[in-house]
Design a protein around this ligand. Structure first.
Ligand code: FAD
Length: 484
């Protein structure tokens, strides 16, 4: 008996473990382990849980229609997963397990424990890397060290992808008996539905999202056909539908990164779409970059900053400021619109993630970990590697950082990336009546927007303050290192 263990890869397309397991001719069953306590530990947003559970329901139905049984078992957390899997394997007489690798620390520790346990049963484990385009240990600098600067990584990544020249995975060879006459069973469907219903989310939050691989692939092909060519031009403007919105599908694995890459690569041949496609492929490389960083610097998963000296920064502990940031009441319209977008929709545009993260960590000088956590608690695409990477980039504590003297001006960003204030007006209706100029600086028109707060901090002086704080932390670190 062969087992396909689905984890963060809730799809049948572009799924090597499934394809390989089915290639052998032996009977195949599938498994998914629910770990709600792990979700709690990892601050997984309710909306993301909903997306995963709905996608799992679709996966179970698809597998059943193809004659494959899916068993969904409640393991509680990752420790429980080891025991639950071992019992299941023994009970079902499984001889081989096929799954995709996961790279965050807790997932790695779970998999190490699984491997040790299964060895006792003589079960063979086959791991694959469909969650990334280039597996995290593949590329190293000439000195054998991991890349920590994106531009150098990307150059090597491009070469590797060109040399590998990957093609689409063959479709799985479903059992001959599949079809209406021999449907598979979906064990544990009730438990998945109960967990989903227990989330009790308002329709307004879930309605805009379409979980499952069918919707994810449709969204990919729509994006490639209609928007990819203009991606470079519009991707920084949050009022436009300029980006793919595929981060949720990629992070929950309802879409294979390889299929996303191949669709964009085909578009490179079209001169009208070439620039957009090349830029978009660069974003997929960022995704791989942060995964290799997380994998090769596992201390990041324990909360460590990438640059150790930044541990000595004396963050401000201002709860009122943090609360104002969370609620979109900082008095800076684009920051507030972005934070309200996050809470209201479970998603935020990339430019605004950078802006709001920089605002929290530089203007308010609040520890970036608090913001990282708040994002995870709300994002439907919450993903440790990309979120931690994005936060540390913005806070200037990470790899390839925005230099610490770079501080986005919330006013300038607003003029540049939301020139008519259309995005602001959508999420901050108190400002909707202001003209194109005043909407970026409403404090200049206090009589027209009485319900909107004044800025909670001034922009002026932030850069100098942050520079000094980083310099002091660096000096203190060097003294510590020299044992003074
Ligand atoms: C502070 C901060 C936190 C972030 N948290 C997350 C997160 O939890 N989950 C997440 O998936 N992305 C995160 N990102 C990256 C990025 O903002 C989102 O991936 C992007 O906004 C998703 O929109 P999209 O799918 O329309 O992207 P597109 O512009 O269409 O890009 C295509 C895909 O490339 C990947 N990608 C794009 N930009 C980045 C990036 N900077 N880093 C890594 N991958 C990228 C995503 O998978 C995305 O779906 C974060 C960025 C910052 C600055």
């Amino acid at each position: 008996m062969r087992l396909v263990w689905f984890r963060n890869d809730l799809r049948c397309h572009g799924h090597t473990p499934l394809t390989q397991a089915l290639a052998g001719g032996d009977p195949v069953i599938a498994l998914y382990l629910l770990c709600p306590r792990q979700w709690d530990d990892h601050d997984v947003a309710p909306l993301r849980r909903w997306y995963v559970l709905e996608s799992l329901l679709e996966l179970g139905d698809t597998l059943a229609a193809k004659g494959i049984d899916l068993h969904v078992l409640d393991a509680g957390d990752f420790d429980g997963a080891v025991d639950t899997l071992a019992d299941f394997v023994a009970e079902q007489g499984v001889r081989e397990i096929f799954c995709n690798r996961e790279y965050p620390l807790n997932e790695l520790n779970r998999d190490r424990a699984v491997a040790r346990r299964l060895e006792q049963y003589g079960v063979r484990l086959h791991g694959f890397d469909d969650g990334v385009l280039v597996p995290p240990r593949t590329l190293s600098t000439g000195k054998g060290t991991p890349y920590t600067v994106f531009t150098a990584y990307k150059k090597r990544w491009d070469q590797w992808m060109d040399d590998a020249d990957p093609g689409a995975l063959p479709a799985p060879a479903w059992p001959a008996s599949s079809g209406a006459s021999k449907k598979g069973r979906f064990y544990g469907r009730d438990r998945v539905e109960a967990l989903r219903d227990g989330l009790d989310l308002p329709d307004t939050l879930t309605a805009p999202w379409q979980p499952g691989e069918t919707a994810a692939y449709r969204q990919l092909y729509d994006f490639v056909e209609h928007q990819l060519g203009d991606y470079k031009r519009y991707r920084d403007f949050p009022a436009e539908p300029g980006t793919s919105g595929l981060s949720t599908a990629l992070s929950a694995g309802t879409l294979a990164p390889l299929d996303a890459y191949l669709a964009a690569r085909r578009a490179l041949a079209d001169s009208g779409a070439r620039e957009g496609a090349a830029t978009w492929i660069g974003e997929l490389a960022w995704r791989d970059f942060y995964r290799q960083i997380m994998h090769r610097f596992p201390q990041l998963a324990t909360g460590a900053p990438f640059r150790p000296e930044t541990r000595l920064l004396q963050w401000h502990d201002n709860d009122a400021h943090f609360q104002a940031w969370c609620e979109g009441r900082t008095g800076y319209p684009l920051v507030d619109a972005a934070m309200r977008q996050l809470v209201r929709t479970g998603w935020m545009h990339n430019r605004l993630r950078m802006l709001t993260a920089m605002f929290l960590s530089k203007h308010l000088f609040i520890d970036w970990h608090r913001g990282e956590r708040f994002f995870m608690q709300h994002l439907i695409d919450g993903d440790f590697a990309s979120n931690n990477g994005g936060w540390q980039w913005s806070a200037s504590t990470g790899t390839d950082v925005a230099p610490y003297f770079r501080v986005f001006s919330p006013i300038r960003q607003s003029h540049r990336f939301d020139p008519q204030g259309r995005f602001i007006a959508r999420y901050v209706p108190e400002l909707a009546e202001l003209d194109d100029e005043s909407i970026h600086e409403p404090w200049k028109q206090p009589l027209l927007c009485p319900d909107y707060p004044a800025p909670i901090v001034a922009h002026k002086g932030v850069k100098e303050f942050v520079q000094q704080a980083f310099r002091q932390a660096g000096d203190a670190w060097r003294q510590q290192e020299n044992g003074q």
